[in-house]
Write a new protein. Structure first.
Length: 169
């Protein structure tokens, strides 16, 4: 799936490695689209409002759809995105719950300022509410991707912090 899986420390639960690998692969693909600066597609056009009432840009919707598609069929049961009104069930048999802002800082897309993806993975509970309405210490992994002069994934599986830089070559 993703070469990043070979870079994770030993002992990372396979479902966490799978989910973060899917996030990293999607982020890599988004980084390429963002670096093109809208040459082939409109990334900044207004597409509506998200569940919080924030104005959605085209890239918000693109990123949300990309993460949903990449995570479908994987270990993520509950997908709570800033871009969605309700929690989406991706895999009823999944063992994880993902809270994500697929594209944070979208008001900066057309100004060439860094934007990112922010995420947290919890063990899934039976209901979406029980999966997410809990203390941060229950997180199994959390991190962010920054799309800027360099694209970096920064992630913690609970034992320190790891940083990965996208090699564009």
């Amino acid at each position: 799936m993703s070469p990043i899986l070979d870079c994770f420390p030993e002992g990372i639960a396979p479902e966490l490695a799978d989910a973060v690998g899917r996030i990293a692969t999607t982020a890599r693909d988004l980084a390429r689209r963002i670096a093109r600066g809208g040459i082939e597609e409109d990334l900044v056009g207004r597409r509506g409002e998200n569940a919080d009432g924030d104005r959605q840009k085209a890239l918000d919707v693109i990123a949300d759809a990309a993460f949903q598609a990449a995570l479908a069929g994987g270990p993520v049961r509950h997908y709570a995105s800033e871009e969605q009104e309700d929690v989406v069930v991706l895999n009823p048999a999944g063992s994880l719950a993902l809270a994500i802002d697929p594209l944070d800082g979208s008001s900066n897309i057309d100004t060439n300022v860094s934007i990112g993806t922010v995420f947290g993975l919890y063990p899934a509970a039976e209901s979406p509410g029980a999966s997410f309405l809990r203390p941060g210490r229950d997180l199994a992994a959390a991190g962010y991707v920054i799309y800027g002069p360099q694209c970096c994934l920064v992630v913690s599986f609970g034992q320190g912090v790891l940083k990965y830089v996208l090699d564009v070559d």
